[in-house]
Design a protein around this ligand. Structure first.
Ligand code: PEP
Ligand code: MG
Length: 869
């Protein structure tokens, strides 16, 4: 097996072997772009290294030596030479991009002698020593794990002593002193000295990159982003080009489109006289790329041309890194750029209009969950008007977030995990070590850094709100507080962050609902056209339904009628109904409830404007409606004209040990038929009223908790008799269906029989999961987190369908149901109906539609399209 590949040997399809960075460097080389020469050590070498317990094999070392000799030849320099040294960058790159998670070492090849040669060759001593001090710090940090701060402190001390504002003011003498001090750090820290042999440096660097695959922050990033541990990383070894030679040199990052808004324009930042990480680390605030058009117009034009070429080639927005060495442009990286959900949607839609990609490709570009985050609220406009802006930074990642501020990743994480607080991480700048705190934060705010700083990139990647470079903000870690002009922010204070404008506000601000913008509307229209499953909503009120309709729901897949009874005047009637011991006692409350339910259904049908509405008859245990503590009992007894003692006796008689397995669902219909009769009559009264108004409705009535065919047939008869009664004097034919909620395992395995009495099925996966696992859906919180943490379950089965167990029952129900009725419509209306991974499975087993909460409708719509493509 071969372990190293020169850039001209690779291409973009070799991601798994060369990593994303290596594959794209190869692709750019082959496109004829100005890429410094280099080679990639493959991920296979990383696997071998891990298996060898951290030792580089002889074959690999030989291949690296041969590749270095070849590279020296191409560069007309010599690796290891002290007179004409070839200097290298060593950078990691896994198949899936992991920004900031892995490590980079620049200027490999420098030592006490070659630094002098470099100074002489370039006639730039300052540059040579600046490069050497960077190598010492990066090598020490990456290879020997000496904390970055140990080196930073030396630099800060010297700048402080000399009263410098910026690194650029450091003189040759300062840099030499820094180099000496950095070497001392190696001696005083309990590690080996800095290796003077460039060959040792490069091998140690490769080893460190391979080992860094398993460092803590890389592992967290992989866990958060579901990146498999088994991928491994490649290492890219490349001839150095220098952005730190002087004011005619620099380094930067650019996106071919704006990663926050998606607008088509070159977007990015650069720093003159700087190297590598300076731009993204937030140490100096970089210049916007547009100013490069003035300072170096030919470089800007070349960069813009390359950006265009890359987009045409990759057919997606690219994120590039570049270096300018003495006015000459070099490309160091290209990859698909991370973007906000709003930008992802806009770019996908724009690129279809530009004939760059197809509608199908656009649909696959956007993660369904990203659509969900786009529907999150914005700050209420009146609240914005009332609150003075505290300060403004760069709008790094849009959204509106409020939370309590914390100044370290650890405290933010603790407040979130232990006190369940909504937290906002406020820092001078962030580094990859802060990742755990960033993951739990509603928003990330930094005082320093630009739009491509670590904080900005990570916030956008996570869909968290982000404001960076708020330079009036100063975080004092020692005092655990921050100041903004004369205001002080203490730990735990509330802050509101607007990532769209960059404004910060003190306190907790109200938010208002977001709307679907034109681009998202377009994408969802394509999604509807490309999906086979329908997307309905679970809605119990006209307000829910209206929202879902504004998200283009196909109708209502589930109305939980019991939710309509929780208003005070209805609760009273419901209680009278339950407490009554016979049909006579139930008559009056049923009549009152009938009038109310009729209005409910009328409103829903009217809003539906022809779309289908499925109404589920009463489901929950009766005791949910009853008063429980003595005070409440006394109050209710008075309301319904009975004594507390009599009420208490009735309540006791209705008590169940397992209410969720008890007297609920269609079992209520079997014991109290008049309740379902009342509900059907209410539906029919609404239908007839609308018919008189010229609107014809086909009611869909759903029976919960069915176990057996006989039971379903009995309840169905009850329903149809009531419908027939309502239609006696009508001279037209009503179209209607009566279906079964498939939520009992027994009903699933006997679905062929149940289908005989059902016009449709709808999976109630909440109860089906509860009964399949034997997990009480209301009590799982006590143990489920442990199961997830210990890896005993891959996901919460109430959120993402358990394919092997619950899914298998669903498959049986679909197959057997359709044995009886080949065209049987089958829906899913439990919580997993809005979950993209579950939707993918439902498509496979032939589910006809899903139904989910209003905000999930657009998410489910895109997931349904993706499942079908
Ligand atoms: C279900 O069980 O999945 C369902 C939709 O019904 P409910 O959540 O009301 O029990
Ligand atoms: Mg249920």
């Amino acid at each position: 097996m071969k372990y190293t590949y020169t850039f001209s040997e690779g291409n973009k399809s070799m991601r798994n072997i060369l990593g994303g960075k290596g594959a794209n460097l190869a692709e750019m080389t082959n496109l004829g772009l100005p890429v410094p020469s280099g080679f990639t050590v493959s991920t296979a070498a990383c696997h071998e290294f891990q298996e060898n317990h951290g030792i580089l094999s002889d074959q690999l070392v030989q291949e690296i030596d041969a590749s270095l000799a070849h590279l020296s030849h191409l560069a007309a320099k010599e690796f290891g030479s002290v007179t004409n040294p070839l200097l290298l960058s060593v950078r990691s790159g896994a198949a899936i991009s992991m920004p900031g998670m892995m490590d980079t070492i620049l200027n490999i090849g420098l030592n006490d002698q070659s630094v002098a040669a470099l100074a002489q060759l370039t006639k730039n001593e300052r540059f040579a020593y600046d490069s050497y001090r960077r190598l010492l710090a990066m090598f020490g940090n990456v290879v020997y794990e000496i904390p970055e701060a140990t080196f930073d402190d030396v630099l800060t001390d010297i700048k402080h002593q000399r009263n410098y504002q910026s690194d650029l003011e450091l003189t040759v003498a300062d840099l030499k002193e820094i180099v000496a001090k950095f070497k001392k750090i190696y001696e005083t820290t309990d590690v080996k000295a800095f290796p003077q042999d460039p060959h040792d440096q490069v091998l140690a660097a490769v080893q460190a990159v391979f080992s860094s695959w398993n460092n803590h922050r890389a592992k967290i990033y992989r866990r958060e982003n579901n990146i498999p541990e088994s991928l491994g990383t490649a290492v890219n070894i490349q001839e150095m080009v220098f952005g730190n030679i002087g004011e005619n040199s620099g380094t930067g990052v650019a996106f071919t489109r704006n990663p926050a808004s998606g607008t088509k324009a070159l977007f990015g930042e650069y720093l003159l006289n700087a190297q590598g990480e300076d731009v993204v680390s937030g140490i100096r605030t970089p210049q916007p790329i547009s100013t490069l058009a003035d300072s170096m117009p030919h470089v800007y034009d070349q960069l813009a041309g390359i950006a265009e070429k890359l987009e045409q080639h990759y057919r997606d927005m690219q994120d590039v890194e570049f270096t300018i060495e003495n006015g000459q442009l070099f490309m160091l990286q290209a990859r698909d750029g991370k973007r906000t959900p709003a930008a992802a949607v806009k770019i996908a839609v724009d690129q279809v209009k530009e004939h760059l990609i197809t509608e199908e490709a656009a649909l696959l570009r956007v993660k369904p969950e990203a659509v969900g985050t786009m529907l999150h609220p914005e700050f209420d406009h009146t609240a914005l008007f009332d609150h003075p802006v505290l300060t403004t930074g760069l709008p790094a990642s849009p959204g509106a977030a409020t939370g309590q501020v914390y100044f370290t990743a650890e405290t933010a994480k603790a407040a979130h995990d232990e006190q369940h607080q909504q937290v906002i991480l406020v820092r001078q700048d962030t580094s990859p070590e802060d990742i755990e705190g960033m993951v739990v934060s509603e928003a990330i705010v930094t005082a320093r850094g630009g739009m491509t700083s670590h904080a900005a990139v990570v916030a956008r990647g996570m869909g968290a709100t982000g404001v960076v470079g708020a330079h009036e903000l100063h975080v004092d870690y020692a005092k655990n507080q921050a100041t903004i002009n004369d205001q002080t922010l203490h730990e735990g204070d509330w802050l509101s962050v607007d990532g769209t404008t960059g404004h910060l506000y003190l306190g907790q601000m109200a938010t208002s609902d977001a709307t679907i913008n034109d681009d998202l509307q377009q994408l969802l229209t394509w999604a509807k056209a490309h999906a086979s499953m329908g997307v309905y909503t679970n809605a119990d009120t006209p307000a829910d339904f209206e929202r879902a309709l504004s998200f283009d729901a196909d109708g209502i897949g589930l109305t939980r009628t019991e939710h309509m009874f929780f208003k005070p005047e209805r609760l009273l009637q419901m209680r009278r109904l339950i407490i009554a011991t016979d049909a006579t006692g139930r008559k009056d409350p049923l009549e009152k409830l009938l009038a109310m339910q009729q209005t409910d259904f009328y409103e829903l049908y009217k809003l539906a404007a022809g779309k289908s509405v499925t109404i589920r008859l009463l489901d929950p245990p009766l005791h949910e409606f009853l008063p429980h503590d003595p005070e409440e009992i006394a109050e209710v007894a008075e309301q319904i004209n009975t004594t507390p003692a009599a009420l208490q006796t009735r309540v006791d008689s209705l008590k169940e040990l397992n209410p969720m397995l008890g007297h609920r669902g269609d079992r209520l219909a079997v014991t109290y038929p008049d309740i379902y009769q009342m509900q059907v009559q209410a539906i029919m009264n609404a239908v007839l009223k609308l018919h008189n108004e010229g609107i014809t409705v086909a009611p869909h009535i759903m029976i919960p908790l069915t176990d057996t065919q006989k039971e379903m047939a009995w309840v169905r008869q009850l329903v149809t008799d009531q419908i027939d009664k309502s239609m006696t004097n009508q001279s037209w034919n009503l179209d209607y269906t009566v279906g079964t909620m498939m939520e009992m395992p027994r009903a699933c395995v006997t679905a062929d029989q149940v289908a005989e009495s059902s016009d449709f099925f709808s999976f109630g996966t909440n109860d089906l999961t509860q009964l399949t696992f034997g997990y009480s859906r209301d009590d799982v919180g006590a143990f489920l987190p442990e199961y997830l943490a210990k890896g005993l379950l891959p996901a919460d089965p109430f959120q993402t369908v358990d394919i092997d167990g619950v899914g298998a029952l669903m498959q049986i129900a679909v197959d057997r149901g359709r044995q009886t009725k080949p065209q049987l419509p089958i829906g899913v209306c439990g919580e997993v109906g809005g979950d993209p991974a579950s939707i993918n499975f439902f498509e496979k087993i032939g589910v006809t539609y899903v139904s989910c909460s209003p905000f999930r409708v657009p998410v489910a719509r895109l997931a349904a399209a993706q499942a079908h493509l």
